[in-house]
Ligand binder design. Sequence first.
Ligand SMILES: *Cc1c(COP(=O)(O)O)cnc(C)c1O
Length: 434
Amino acid sequence: MRFMSTRDPELSAGFADALSQGLAPDGGLYVPQVWPRLAPEAFGAAEDLAAVGTRLLEPFAAGDVLAASLGDILTEAFDFPAPVVALPRERLSILELFHGPTAAFKDFGARFLAASLGRLRRGASRPLTILVATSGDTGGAVAAAFHGRAGIEVGVLFPKGLVSPTQERQLTCWGGNVRSFAVRGTFDDCQRLVKQAFMDRGLRAGRELSSANSINLGRLLPQAVYYAAASLAIWRRHGEPASFIIPSGNLGNSVACVWARKAGLPIRDVLLAHNANRTVPDYLATGEWRPRPSIATLASAMDVGNPSNMERLRALYPRLDELRSAVSACTVDDAAIRERIRSGYRQMGQIWCPHTATAAEAYERLPEALRESRRWVLVATAHPAKFREIIEPLIGREVPVPESLARLFARPSAYQEIEAELASLARALEDRPA
Ligand SMILES: *Cc1c(COP(=O)(O)O)cnc(C)c1O
């Protein structure tokens, strides 16, 4: 299959090229040119993520250099589960996406991209440098996924002093082929530096540069796999389609769900739970697209004022009425997030991260008739232990730390401080560690 740019259907690339390039050359995002139709029966008895994923992604990778290794890539990348767990409410369950090495759903996409690029790079003559600007979960997931891979090095740029202590540890605990740069500036400075690095001939002369940005098809498409596996599990158990409530920011996770439905999986409603950054809910309500600067909230990984993947949703549903019947959206402010974390613990014995709490709140706000006529699945995007500072005072107890995170927190941390200018980044990149 070919993937075309959202801005020009004539501009297309195969699977491997699309995920090596990241963005299409015209600045658009890659989307599938055609859609497979996979009924639940097409999956046979496949249950685990690798088996379901191989069947789901086969048509997308058909004819590509990566087609033959798809099964191996998925087995390597998805070596942790994504369980659907029943909640103490009728017809409600939760899809836990936080069992990977950095305890957030971004591990799925980052690990799939790393396993794919690892194979594509075998025998390459020049080293590949992946630069990632991060203010939260992305940097940690990308660093973890590429750590120890031969022929690929990673530079993680984060704003010095502007990420939480827990986040900083995840960004700086790797060593080896992963280097962390604390930039004396803001997150926007980090992003600007990465963009400047891409345009700099000097830097590009000795190495290939790539980004592992969340708009990369190689991060987004594999996320459809857990929606496929979860909806199949519910279909087989109850004979009903699943409806998902997804904590959303840049819309990568939600577009993956919509794509899974488009490919034929038994998925009914898709509800986007946003925090106080309400660009998407406002758009669905008014029909006016008004991106704005992001606002800082407790669900910080969703602090996006201009969600890039809206371009993919609109490519699929160009008319507003189509889009409105494809997804709905709501906005949850910090006060409601706090209250939902408290009551989730009190009423259901659940400990939710602030992102997951937006989905739980969105569920409670549904009209009763709608709550009762669907099989709802809350999507849990991060483990609560990553947000202990916020959660513990609200629920009045310690949040247990999973073993994978504890291991990560125990590693020594190191970073190099740089100025918010390209020359400083270039010097740091040249100054290769032993
Ligand atoms: C990135 C992230 C989100 C938002 O996902 P998008 O794909 O950007 O919509 C939600 N929750 C957590 C924990 C995240 O890390």
